[in-house]
Design a protein around this ligand. Structure first.
Ligand SMILES: NC(=O)c1ccc[n+]([C@@H]2O[C@H](COP(=O)([O-])OP(=O)(O)OC[C@H]3O[C@@H](n4cnc5c(N)ncnc54)[C@H](OP(=O)(O)O)[C@@H]3O)[C@@H](O)[C@H]2O)c1
Length: 435
């Protein structure tokens, strides 16, 4: 554990697991900012060992620190804090558990592990009188976990609207601003290094769902699992939708939405129309923004670079300093209560929102009346309709309908009935509207 140096001053030993984009930067910040760390933590933090997968890779770090044996970290009594920046569920989850069992504090940037296993890991840490901090797991360098856990804790939080996936936000920005369709926008994001070679976690909304599960658990003092989050991706979006969105005064964003009503929690990630004048509508490119509404504080917006090694290292090193302060003061465990109470999750069928529907119809008189009837039969009222000039060769027209708020269940039934109307050729898009 912490070793004595220079009289009564302690030093904190750090074991870094992962030396990739984020880990490499964390190692550098620990080295370059050592004076600031001593000043803030009250003692130096010393990098003792670095776990990697491939020992043959050329690294910008003292090679004596590198190891491929996890036991070199777990079994080192001078390592007080384990920083996990390997990513993915395995073996990161097992390594974090081992570190806790060995009485080491943990800092992690791993949203997947914290979303899937955070509840158990936090309880295990409590049992072993250590702490696990995970500020970097959501929003890179944007402070979100600490504000929700600490600064906003006196509030009853009602709503979170979040753009928490930079890859999809960049793609949607390109589709909106440059008129690109989905595939070229994705390719461009990959060329710029904003999207992985396998981008499925991002574009299918899973990455945002992990992050939303973490945020909603903290905001609503409950347990939200990733599988509780209703999730739709962005691959089906079409450039036509962006054109109509602009015409109607909206932007299209992949939003992570969490709401609490009457002890029931609504958690969903899907593309939405939001009014163009909303601050969130103006968040472009790889930037992230999270709007939190609390009963005391009102609406707050957290905005910044949601990923990238530099911003992420800012959150990780802050967590390291925070733990070093506790170790130095000999404070054990964590002051924050563990959530054991599970509020109910509102099923997607029970949510109520407005809808945008784009469809191709046969250009005949009376078609609109049939569509209005299918919606009306389910108590859904039309707020506006746009009909574009028809295609003479195919005798089809494109119409866009915006509805007033309606229950999702009613809307899904109405969509099924509309699909059966002979003159409806295709329901091309169906997007929820948050206003
Ligand atoms: N990149 C970002 O902008 C960002 C932002 C926020 C949060 N995060 C999170 O930070 C974490 C790390 O991301 P990253 O982008 O730095 O990943 P990365 O560049 O792929 O680095 C992963 C590191 O882990 C090591 N590693 C992989 N498998 C291992 C194993 N089985 N045993 C030991 N070491 C292993 C790799 O070793 P080798 O070097 O030998 O290959 C590499 O050093 C993830 O949880 C990610 O979600 C990343």
């Amino acid at each position: 554990m912490s070793s004595e140096v220079a009289g009564s001053q302690m030093s904190i030993g750090i074991g870094l697991m992962g030396l990739g984009k984020v880990g490499g930067r964390v190692a550098k910040v620990l080295q370059d900012r050592s004076e600031v760390i001593v000043q803030q933590a009250g003692c130096p933090s010393i990098l003792k060992k670095v776990l990697v997968h491939d020992p043959a890779k050329k690294r910008d770090i003292d090679f004596h620190l590198i190891t491929t044996r996890v036991e070199d970290i777990m079994g080192d009594p001078e390592i007080d804090i384990v920083v996990e920046v390997i990513g993915g569920e395995h073996p990161a989850w097992e390594y974090i558990k081992q570190a806790i069992f060995r009485g080491k504090h943990v800092v992690t940037a791993n949203k997947e592990v914290m979303a899937k296993h955070g509840v158990e890991l936090l309880a295990l840490a409590r049992e072993h009188e250590v702490d696990i901090l995970y500020e970097a797991s959501v929003g890179g360098g944007i402070p979100l976990i600490t504000p929700l856990r600490q600064d906003l804790v006196a509030n009853k939080i009602s709503t979170i609207y979040a753009i928490i996936n930079g890859t999809t936000n960049h793609i949607l920005t390109m589709m909106s601003k440059e008129g690109l369709s989905f595939s070229p926008a994705l390719r461009q994001a990959q060329q710029l290094g904003y999207a992985e070679a396998n981008p499925s976690d991002d574009i299918e909304g899973r990455d945002a769902a992990y992050k939303l599960a973490i945020l909603a658990s903290l905001a609503f003092h409950t347990i939200v699992r990733p599988e509780d989050v209703y999730c739709e991706g962005i691959a089906f979006l079409d450039e036509h939708d962006f054109r109509y969105a602009k015409e109607l005064g909206y932007a299209i964003k992949l939003l992570a939405i969490a709401k609490e009503r009457n002890d029931s929690v609504e958690v969903r990630v899907h593309p939405v129309f939001i009014p163009a004048e909303f601050l969130l509508a103006k968040v472009d490119g790889v930037y992230n923004a999270v709007q939190v509404e609390g009963d005391l504080v009102g609406k707050m917006l957290f905005y910044g670079e949601g990923a990238g090694a530099l911003p992420t290292s800012s959150a990780i090193v802050a967590d390291i300093i925070s733990l070093a302060q506790k170790i130095n003061l000999k404070v054990k465990g964590s002051p924050w209560p563990l959530s054991s109470y599970c509020k109910t999750i509102t099923p997607i069928s029970e949510i109520e929102t407005r809808y945008y529907i784009r469809m191709s119809i046969a250009d005949h008189p009376g078609v609109l009346a049939q569509i209005a009837k299918a919606l009306g039969d389910h108590l859904i009222s039309i707020a506006s309709v746009i009909q574009k000039e028809s295609e003479v060769s195919t005798q089809t027209a494109e119409i866009v309908i915006m509805t007033y708020p309606a229950k999702e269940k009613a809307m899904q039934q109405a969509l099924k009935e509309m699909e059966k109307i002979a003159v409806v050729k295709e329901i091309a898009s169906f997007i929820r509207v948050e206003a």
